[in-house]
Design a protein around this ligand. Structure first.
Ligand code: NAG
Ligand code: NAG
Ligand code: NAG
Ligand code: NAG
Ligand code: NAG
Ligand code: NAG
Ligand code: NAG
Ligand code: NAG
Length: 569
């Protein structure tokens, strides 16, 4: 079974322990607000995104409830249902998820599967005592070939429900099927890179480190374009990986905050095909609704909290090698920084990550008319990463007072063959500063990249992508007995620009060109002091997305559970 160890109890014990908890460990909200007793109904917790449009289609427009389920004690007990395709001719599928929950609860990661294939990774908002509601719509038309046949719908939301954690997630998942006359391209077949546990009613997801995330597939010989989409999320001791210290520095503040989380603040998700590196992803720093300080995220959830983007790697240049009728191995790895004891060049290693990452992937295959009969040479692959680390500890009178550290990384990865070329160019930097004997931590991280697929075998799928996701997070903890306070500030953004392609991207969430630019700037404070607890936050977010030929913008300010400014166009 693929269920990771139970994270929440460890967190609770950690947070509640008189022993000083480590500043960067996930300390999530158990604060239950009494201020939110709104007569107008449950507090709506939103994530900004461009609304999905469903055209007034006359040709097939039907709805199906895929799930109506309450996740209470659901740890390791996913929802399992049967899906039967509607009778009419559809080429588009949009899901809408609506959740109500009241009480005390952590944020929870959730995944939706069709059989062995994860089609959506989401997370829940943290409830208030009087209740919250959140909903999200998503275009899942990229999985059309799966929707065309009966499927097991498996929805995993590992929740704990007891006298402490009193929030049960009451959820409804509705799919709308319709015919889009613009006829976006869709993969002819989709293959899992997952443990393939769907037939036993279990979620098909790998946990790293621990699992070997490898599957073998034989590809149809007429494939002209193939891409791999990977979902990868750090959890537990890897949830805030972008704030982790170098492994050689984890004991810098043992007397005040205990061991720091290590293996550096850089992670790379890697896709291997037959032990050759096909491509990489430098992950987005997702923050869930209890993350850093819960006050940030109520009622405006973090970027992509309800819809974690997949990373896409075009593997078309591998096709000559793969189209030989033989099985080939597809492997997902997550690596961290092996800093070799301090300053200077570093390497990446599978051993250099904490527990744990949840990963799964799928192969999107687009068929041509004819079977490939050419040679099966491996593609030409170039591009090693350059990783550099630095760190300085300052002590006074034998006591460590500050730690300043940094990691930079760059990589240009190219895969080419007669079918085309895939090029990724990435750069990264992170500077970390721990002061106040480890109680104040500031990290500034920059990740940016470009990717280009220039395809001879399927020219219309050639595409370019440019993205950047900077984040600055500053957190100060105080500990007094069992009382903990947090004061935090945050500034983060996400920019994506794609030149477009005819199919719906699991990264940009649209077919065709996309320009997305969003930023969140916030401040939050938290205290768990008995009878004097509080969780306060203010957040400002700007959002602009141009896709499908239209622009959506929204500007929201929230303060102390309330939206105080909201302008959308
Ligand atoms: C937040 O709102 C509550 C109740 O409305 C109020 O008691 C509290 O003082 C507010 N906090 C701040 C920092 O404004
Ligand atoms: C869950 O929500 C549905 C729809 O809003 C409602 O009919 C049902 O009573 C709720 N169930 C629980 C257990 O709260
Ligand atoms: C100071 O930091 C160094 C480097 O992390 C560590 O080896 C050492 O044990 C620390 N000293 C104290 C007294 O905590
Ligand atoms: C491509 O090959 C697959 C598997 O052999 C087959 O099912 C499909 O019909 C072929 N597609 C075309 C367009 O020939
Ligand atoms: C250093 O430690 C000594 C002896 O414990 C103490 O007298 C002195 O005040 C300390 N100096 C500083 C700057 O903390
Ligand atoms: C980070 O927070 C601490 C404590 O509030 C503050 O002293 C420091 O100036 C902040 N740093 C930055 C760069 O904002
Ligand atoms: C914890 O906070 C409470 C206020 O709710 C205070 O009475 C108590 O003294 C604090 N405990 C410590 C050890 O600071
Ligand atoms: C919190 O309040 C309750 C009753 O209102 C009281 O019994 C308890 O002693 C208080 N706890 C602290 C730490 O002040």
């Amino acid at each position: 079974m693929q269920f990771p160890s139970f994270p929440a109890v460890a967190l609770l014990l950690h947070a509640a322990s008189a022993h000083h908890s480590l500043p960067r460990k996930p300390l999530e909200s158990l604060y239950v607000t009494h201020a939110a007793l709104s007569p107008a109904g449950p507090l709506e917790v939103i994530q900004l995104y461009k609304p999905v449009s469903i055209p007034e289609s006359t040709r097939c427009n039907v709805q199906q409830t895929l799930m109506q389920h309450t996740f209470a004690s659901s740890y390791g007990v996913p929802y399992v249902g049967k899906y039967t395709p509607p009778g009419c001719d559809f080429n588009s599928v949009i899901i809408e998820w609506t959740v109500t929950v009241a009480g005390r609860q952590f944020d929870r990661l959730a995944e939706m599967y069709l059989g062995d294939i994860e089609v959506w990774r989401t997370s829940t908002a943290e409830p208030t005592a009087s209740g919250i509601v959140f909903r999200y719509q998503k275009d899942l038309s990229m999985y059309l070939s799966l929707w065309k046949t009966p499927q097991d719908v498996i929805f995993s939301l590992n929740n704990v429900f007891d006298s402490t954690y009193t929030g049960a997630f009451n959820t409804t998942l509705v799919a709308t099927f319709f015919y889009d006359s613009t006829e976006p391209a869709h993969a002819d077949s989709i293959l899992p890179i997952s443990p393939q546990l769907g037939s036993s009613g279990a979620p098909s997801i790998f946990t790293l480190p621990g699992d070997v995330a490898t599957v073998e597939h034989i590809l149809p010989l007429n494939v002209t374009h193939a891409s791999v989409s990977i979902a990868a999320t750090g959890q537990s001791n890897e949830e805030f990986w972008y704030t982790n210290a170098l492994q050689s520095d984890i004991d810098t503040f043992d007397p005040t905050v205990g061991a720091l989380l290590g293996y550096g603040p850089f992670r790379e998700v890697q896709l291997f095909i037959d032990d050759q590196l096909a491509g990489v992803a430098w992950p987005f720093p997702s923050i869930f609704t209890g993350g850093i300080a819960p006050g940030f995220w109520r009622p405006v959830a973090g970027l992509d909290a309800y819809d974690l983007r997949d990373y896409e790697i075009d593997i078309t240049p591998f096709l000559p090698h793969l189209l030989d009728g033989a099985p080939h191995a597809f492997t997902i790895k997550v690596v961290g920084v092996d800093d070799n004891g301090g300053n200077g060049a570093a390497t990446l290693s599978e051993q250099s990550i904490n527990s744990y990452w949840l990963v799964s992937g799928k192969l999107f295959l687009f068929h041509g008319d004819e079977a490939y009969t050419g040679p099966h040479d491996a593609p030409l692959i170039t591009g090693a990463p350059a990783i550099d680390t630095s760190s300085v500890v300052r002590a006074r009178n034998g006591t460590n007072e500050t730690l300043e550290y940094g990691v930079t990384a760059s990589r240009v990865h190219t895969v080419s063959s007669a079918f085309g070329t895939w090029t990724q160019s990435l750069s990264y930097s992170n500077t970390g500063s721990l002061r106040n004997a480890g109680l104040t931590q500031l990290n500034t991280q920059h990740t940016e990249g470009t990717a280009a697929a220039v395809l001879k075998s399927a020219p219309r799928f050639s595409s370019t992508l440019r993205y950047t996701y900077p984040i600055t997070v500053n957190t100060t903890y105080t500990f007094s007995g069992a009382n903990t306070t947090i004061a935090a500030t945050l500034d983060r953004g996400l920019q994506i620009e794609t030149s477009g392609r005819p199919d719906l991207s699991t990264f940009s969430f649209a077919a065709g060109p996309v320009a997305l630019d969003t930023q969140q700037i916030g401040r939050a404070a938290y205290s768990n002091a008995p009878n004097a607890s509080y969780s306060f936050g203010s957040m400002e977010q700007t959002f602009r997305e141009q896709s499908y030929g239209s622009v959506y913008t929204r500007h929201v300010k929230s303060r102390n559970l309330t939206i105080v400014y909201d302008e959308a166009s």
